[in-house]
Design a protein around this ligand. Structure first.
Ligand SMILES: [Cu+2]
Length: 293
């Protein structure tokens, strides 16, 4: 009993800690989701909070009905079984009530699916390529390429970063920008995932999948390849740094990229527009075009 209490206290403590600490990475003993960093993840959390009581209620109801049948209608209590087969009222109830529940769930889930699938006009496009076993990123409008490899345990420790999650070259994105992802693979199926973004999209060779996110707060976000892809599947993590617009521009320049000339509308939310605002991205195809998948 004492032990059970202690376990319960530990779980409660972990839950409280996970609620307060804004960890954008897995946390020991945590319950629930990582804190949402994008509007899509916000909606996913809201939908989850809507769905969980419904599922819980159904489970409890079924359990209670089964328990009732076990005890009340057991053989010892009912030596002669009753032989009726139909009850119109109850049959109507157990048809109509589930239909109403399903309609309620659809009413919440279809808009969420739509929100996740339909990227708004993108401020920038990043091509993500899965490899066995690392990720490559291409900022197509800015001429920057990044290759992300896992940091060894020692390197991660030296940098004060999480083990098996940190990479040598993280993806950098500006806070508040709508980032379109074009996700593919060079060899086998991988999956690009950041839990705090609510993004999980398969990287399939010979095919381009689309995803998108808009990070709302600066931070370092971690995810892992989420499709079993081979012996080093556990060692190709994903690290995204979300920074302010000026920091992002500085980083692009450091990487030898170009800003301004062909920006697929790289500037709507924050900062000063370099030359042109958004409307005429003319030649810069990647932004609007490839939405079909
Ligand atoms: Cu993989």
């Amino acid at each position: 009993m004492r032990r059970a209490l202690r376990v319960a206290a530990a779980i409660a403590g972990a839950a409280a800690a996970s609620g307060t600490a804004w960890a954008d990475q897995p946390t020991d003993g945590a319950l629930g989701f990582q804190a949402a960093a994008t509007p899509a993840m916000d909606e996913i959390v809201r939908f989850h909070n809507f769905l969980l009581p419904i599922i819980g209620g159904i489970c409890l109801l079924v359990l209670a009905l089964l328990a009732l049948v076990f005890f009340r209608y057991r053989r010892a209590a009912n030596p002669t079984p009753r032989r009726f087969t139909h009850n119109t009222f109850i049959e109507l109830v157990w048809t109509i009530v589930p239909v109403l529940i399903l309609i309620a769930i659809a009413w919440r889930s279809f808009p969420l699916l739509y929100h996740e699938e339909r990227a708004p006009p993108a401020d920038m496009t990043i091509k993500v390529t899965g490899n066995s076993w690392f990720w490559q990123y291409e900022y197509q409008d800015m001429g920057v390429q990044v290759t992300s490899n896992l940091l060894s345990d020692e390197q991660a420790k030296a940098k004060g970063k999480p083990r098996l999650l940190a990479v040598d070259n993280p993806v950098v994105v500006p806070v508040g920008a709508t980032v379109e992802l074009l996700i593919t693979s060079n060899d086998v199926i991988h999956s690009w995932t950041i839990p705090a973004f609510g993004v999980k999209q398969d990287a399939i060779p010979g095919r381009i999948n689309q995803g998108w996110f808009r990070v709302e707060r600066p931070g370092e976000y971690y995810g892992q390849c989420s499709e079993l892809c081979g012996i080093n599947h556990a060692f190709m993590p994903i690290e995204v740094r979300a920074v302010s617009r000026p920091e992002f521009e500085q980083w692009i320049v450091q990487q030898g990229g170009t800003l301004g000339q062909p920006p697929a509308g790289a500037t709507p939310a924050s900062a000063q527009p370099p030359t042109q605002p958004t409307p005429p991205p003319a030649g810069a195809a990647p932004a609007g075009a490839p939405t079909q998948r």
